[in-house]
Design a protein around this ligand. Sequence first.
Ligand SMILES: [Zn+2]
Length: 280
Amino acid sequence: MSWFIRKEKGINTPTELKKETPDGIWYKCPECKKVMHTRELKVNAYTCIHCNYHEKVGSVEYFELLFDNNEFTELDTQMTSGDPLQFTDTKKYPERVIASQKKTGLKDALRSGYGKMNNVDVVVACMDFAFIGGSMGSVVGEKIARAIDYSLQHKIPFLMISRSGGARMMEAGYSLMQMAKTSAKLALLNEAGIPYISLLTDPTTGGVTASFAMLGDFNIAEPGAMIGFAGPRVIRETIGKDLPKDFQSAEFVLEHGFLDFIVHRKELKNRLTSLLEMLK
Ligand SMILES: [Zn+2]
């Protein structure tokens, strides 16, 4: 096989001349391992055309899917996190925040805005998992609280899309306070008789599940989403027993009465609209 061996030394191809398939043309489903065009994936609301796997997407995609013509007004665009505890792990917290902002183009782990969904007014707050695991710090909590204020002032239904690992470790107690704050704001929304729908996506865990994500007038989820408080490993070690199959899947949670329904992302916009029309 001598023709495979490069006899002449020192022949190098500069990186810019190397021919590669451009990134992002093909998408391989992590669930069924089948390949599809990213355009197909997008048209299919970022779900696998073969097995319905729901790709983890962020606020940009959800806003595009839900708001008519992707037209919306974003709320509190400039809010960023402080460093009340001067927290340092492998990195200083402010450095971690800045690095995440550069990586994701987001200010923190949540975007909120209002606009029309099939011509129905709605306020949407959506978590971004790409930003420090969608963790709930003071910015996330405050933006949710303010989005609810906007709902209250204008009497517009509120939709929360959760995807989160839970509280943000680097803000410790300040993170936990967000649970009480958002819950109190939702109580005001409830008193005013304005609908609140909570959509739980993969994964929704920790303090997020333990507060606003489970407080909807309707708690709904995407198929296959992992929903829970503590992780399965922690629970298994605590109770010393094996856990049932599909434990903490949206389907399991639905069967045990904690969800109202599961909705495919392709049908999300229309299902939400009919729900809000009914609640008018
Ligand atoms: Zn698939």
